[in-house]
Design a protein around this ligand. Structure first.
Ligand code: SF4
Ligand code: SF4
Length: 275
């Protein structure tokens, strides 16, 4: 009975530890509020999901995604995108986007893989509402696009510093607004063009460059009971990331791209998949 709440509890404890640690280390109570809010949102959503509430993951996406995008980004004027990470990195300060990236996208994936993509990304929370819930055709070999986007973001911010641009904070905020418009525009257009809601995540999103390496070794992941699996292929047909999670030979590659939506776990007729 309590076993099904183990993952939400682990997630909540992890975020609570980060909240308290950063609050004390940086002497800033904002981090206590910030990470407790996110951790509690995630844990409650996952607990509701464990009770059979299938809408819970999408609800968590909006609870966390809107907080990051609207509250911290639009109202707080913090660039929470990858350009914001480079900006704070070049300033040499460990705050805002650098902390967000360290927790959600660089080191956190060692525990929860690409959970950010499934439960907190404010671009994907909109893309997941579109009608193309699963990848229908073969996966394209377009992954190089994400490295180009990654390099472009780095070059853009580095150029601002090298050219000694004035009003950097303001520029970064405009870049945040423009970057999000671009992400939503490209994400929606690609979803309709390829009939695949998550096409942007697979081919374009530069954040995946950070997310994928650590996610390969994620502690929390979907695992297959090879004895129970009958290779019916249902999990592959409904996976929004186009993964064959039942294939043990692709264990690491699958973990690098799995967003932990758990549709496969729900729908496996043999109950061969566990999270
Ligand atoms: S849906 Fe279940 S039984 Fe079918 S291939 Fe996937 S893991 Fe195996
Ligand atoms: S949880 Fe299952 S359906 Fe969802 S992305 Fe991972 S492998 Fe695909």
């Amino acid at each position: 009975m309590l076993k099904k709440y183990a993952v939400p509890l682990v997630i909540w404890l992890l975020f609570a530890a980060i909240a308290v640690g950063l609050w004390l280390a940086l002497e800033n109570v904002f981090y206590l509020f910030n990470f407790l809010y996110i951790g509690t949102g995630l844990a409650v959503g996952m607990a509701l999901y464990a009770q059979g509430k299938k809408w819970a993951r999408n609800a968590v996406q909006w609870v966390v995604g809107l907080y990051l995008f609207v509250y911290l980004g639009v109202f707080g004027q913090e660039n929470m995108q990858i350009e914001g990470f480079w900006y704070y990195l070049f300033l040499g300060v460990f705050e805002a986007a650098t902390i967000h990236y360290a927790v959600a996208k660089i080191f956190g994936p060692l525990v929860f893989g690409r959970g950010f993509c499934g439960y907190a990304c404010w671009t994907a929370m909109v893309l997941d509402l579109l009608p193309f819930k699963a990848q229908t055709g073969p996966r394209r070999r377009w992954g190089v696009v994400r490295y180009i986007a990654f390099a472009a973001s780095l070059i853009f911010v580095a150029a601002l510093f090298l050219l000694g641009a004035q009003g950097l904070a303001q520029i970064m905020w405009y870049a945040f607004l423009a970057g999000n418009l671009l992400y939503y525009g490209v994400g929606v257009a690609l979803a309709f063009a390829l009939r695949d809601n998550r096409a942007f995540c697979k081919y374009v999103c530069p954040v995946a460059v950070f997310l994928r390496p650590a996610s390969r070794f994620a502690l929390l992941r979907v695992r297959v009971d090879e004895g129970a699996c009958v290779s019916c292929g249902k999990c592959r047909r409904l996976c929004p990331m186009g993964l064959d999670i039942s294939d043990p030979a692709c264990r690491r590659e699958n973990a690098a791209d799995c967003i932990l939506c758990l549709r496969c776990v729900e729908e496996c007729p043999q109950k061969a998949l566990k999270f």
